[in-house]
Design a protein around this ligand. Structure first.
Ligand SMILES: [Fe+2]
Ligand SMILES: [Fe+2]
Length: 358
């Protein structure tokens, strides 16, 4: 057995202990994973950024990225139980973009759940997106795991409602990665109250997976790899034995551990963002990344793009990254270190030597 991946037995031990302690989590009864048929995976596609040019013309590269992810997801055996789309389906929130993206996603042969991205939201504040995909935050239980979908890309009302002369201008300002006229993302008080009430009903040994678009941690404010109320949200997740956050937006493989919460980012199908080299030096890198990350090469135009499928049978997410132009890699919880780690390349001796770009 791969030593990185905890066995089902480890998980069952935890479940038995919880039952013995008289705490029967809401869905653990159905869960248990005692029956291998209960094992499941789901696929995760994110950040397609479908961009309208004119008429029926769209940016071809972004279209191809999403089409390929959908096609490959449909070929998975066993079939994923569901597919998450992690946000930024469109580029400028236009109906044309969202419709075109929705049509491509409609080819998926598995139920679809969607997360709101800022590129989907800031034109009409999510109105058309919600018509296509439904509520912007909600939770569901699947085979004993509690899943939560959040809209984490909200911001201050003043910025949203009063600052800009038009909806188009607002969208353009938020669409810029490093635009100082943008505004920090947040989950917001109202949604946090909903989240608290939702999580209050869930046993704390139930595996929890939260999907957001922005990282629910403060990584790099300059690029809005950031959620302003991250600490408040983390406080709600902290009581869970196995809390996982999976997010898009950063267009790169990232993983981190804060207390009990593991964080994993997914790749984009559109393009990779480079890794801000200031991650290591920036004063506002809060928290310090606790796991040295080993990434694909962002300078290769289509490298570090692709999609992923996720296994949650240990109660912790294990992300298998299917890179379009590079070796697939897996980031999974390592029970020995208590952190998510790359199952093959984490050891510095095993890394591909860094490539120098001039
Ligand atoms: Fe994005
Ligand atoms: Fe985004």
């Amino acid at each position: 057995m791969n030593p990185i991946v905890p066995s089902r037995r480890d998980f069952l031990k935890g479940a038995a202990a919880a039952a013995a302690a008289g705490v029967v989590p809401m869905s653990l009864v159905k869960l248990a994973f005692a029956d291998p048929a209960q094992d499941f995976t789901f696929a995760y596609i994110s950040d397609a950024h479908i961009q309208h040019i004119s008429g029926t013309k769209f940016v071809r590269n972004w279209d191809r990225g999403l089409i390929r992810a959908v096609a490959e997801t449909n070929l998975l055996t066993p079939k994923p139980d569901f597919v998450m789309f992690g946000g930024d389906l469109g580029q400028l929130g236009m109906k044309e973009e969202l419709d075109h993206g929705a049509e491509m996603l409609s080819k998926l042969r598995a139920p679809l759940h969607c997360v709101m991205g800022e590129h989907d939201y800031y034109l009409d504040l999510g109105e058309y997106w919600s018509k296509l995909f439904g509520p912007q935050h909600y939770s569901f239980d699947h085979k004993g795991v509690h899943f939560v979908v959040l809209n984490s890309i909200l911001t201050h009302d003043e910025w949203t409602y009063n600052r800009w002369p038009s909806a188009q201008e607002r969208m353009l300002q938020m669409a810029g990665l490093d635009n100082p006229n943008g505004s920090p993302f947040m989950v917001g008080e109202k949604q946090r109250a909903w989240l608290k009430a939702d999580l209050d009903k869930v046993g704390k040994t139930t595996p929890l997976v939260v999907f957001s678009h922005s990282p629910l941690q403060k990584l790099y404010k300059g690029w809005n790899f950031w959620t302003d109320d991250a600490e408040e949200v983390q406080a709600l997740l902290a009581p869970f034995e196995k809390a996982n956050v999976v997010y898009g937006h950063v267009h790169q493989i990232q993983y981190n551990q804060i207390g009990n919460i593991s964080f994993n980012a997914v790749m984009a199908t559109a393009w990779p963002w480079p890794y801000p080299n200031s991650y290591a030096q920036a004063q506002h890198t809060m928290p310090v990344l606790t796991v040295p990350m080993n990434r694909a090469d962002p300078f290769f135009e289509r490298d570090a793009t692709g999609w992923q499928f996720i296994d949650v049978h240990t109660g912790r997410v294990a992300l298998k990254y299917n890179l379009y132009n590079n070796t697939a890699r897996t980031v999974a919880w390592n029970p020995a270190t208590g952190k998510p780690e790359d199952t093959v390349f984490q050891d510095p001796a095993k890394r591909v030597p860094p490539q120098v770009h001039y």
